[in-house]
Design a protein around this ligand. Sequence first.
Ligand code: 5AD
Ligand code: FES
Length: 342
Amino acid sequence: MTDAEILHYITTDDRAEAEALYAGARAVREKHYGTDVYFRGLIEFTSYCKNNCFYCGIRRDNAETRRYRLSREQILECCRTGNALGFRTFVLQGGEDPYYTDEKMIGIIRAIRAEFPEHAITLSIGERSRESYEAFYEAGADRYLLRHETADEEHYRAMHPAEMKLSNRKECLYTLREIGFQVGAGFMVGTPFQTPECLLEDLRFLEDLDPHMVGIGPFIPASHTPFAGYPAGGEERTLRMVALTRLLLPRTLLPATTALGTLAGDGREKALLAGANVVMPNLSPVDVRKLYSLYDNKICTGDEAAECLRCMSLRIKATGFCPSMVRGDSRVAFPQIQTVPV
Ligand code: 5AD
Ligand code: FES
């Protein structure tokens, strides 16, 4: 697609064109993944963060949010609960929390790996050194999520304090990929100061990186942050970005994000219909769920993991797709595996 075509699809108000885009994305997804929707169990293990991103509810300077950390044993308990429910991927996500030194992380990864040799272990703990990433990989982690947030330099500077650098973030993603991780990049739609050209740049960056997964969700204002007063990103534009990403990176994994489900009641279902093929229900202990508030009014914070799983499965089936508890590796990494449509 040319730049002009992409910008047109990002901005057009023409319903028929938008529907055609979604149908095209859906067809590409079915070609590579059938109608399966993969589940990932998300464990939000620390809400401490040393970073100060202007949009994020757990940023360092937010004194109004209560912080928590899970112990290795608590994390393992979440994994056990998830495993009993059928999950075959655990995603350990947290703020950039120096408490979890490389040594501690390695201990946690090894313990999960020892108990669950077949499961995929995904990390989402931000920017670290190549040496740290290598050690995590060595310990048994197989995937790493690190959204680039925006691929545009100027836009990145408008969303982050000066000490954070887009170049380092991009570097981390290429390094992770080189080490052998299946990597997930991604960005928010509708962050303050974002233009359609920024989104075009996101797509061009993704084409170059060729990640195994791309997380795309709307910006949703978070109280007590510099961006608290800005409007949320649009549902429609988020869906356009999901569909365009599917068309440009046919084999990538695309989650129907919780943020999109928060913005609109049927947001995740619509994302599945626009090319998404992954959902990430929460396995964090219910008593800390509300505290991991990257943005306001996050859904699914009151539900037990089993409840969330049941609800998600029903939603997926009702949308015409098939909930799947396989590991769900990316076809970017394993293009030879063909799915059998259910
Ligand atoms: N709205 C939507 N998404 C957000 N994230 C952080 N803050 C917000 C917000 N206010 C996203 C970022 C981050 C991911 C874990 O959550 O993209 O990478
Ligand atoms: Fe979590 Fe519905 S998906 S409660």
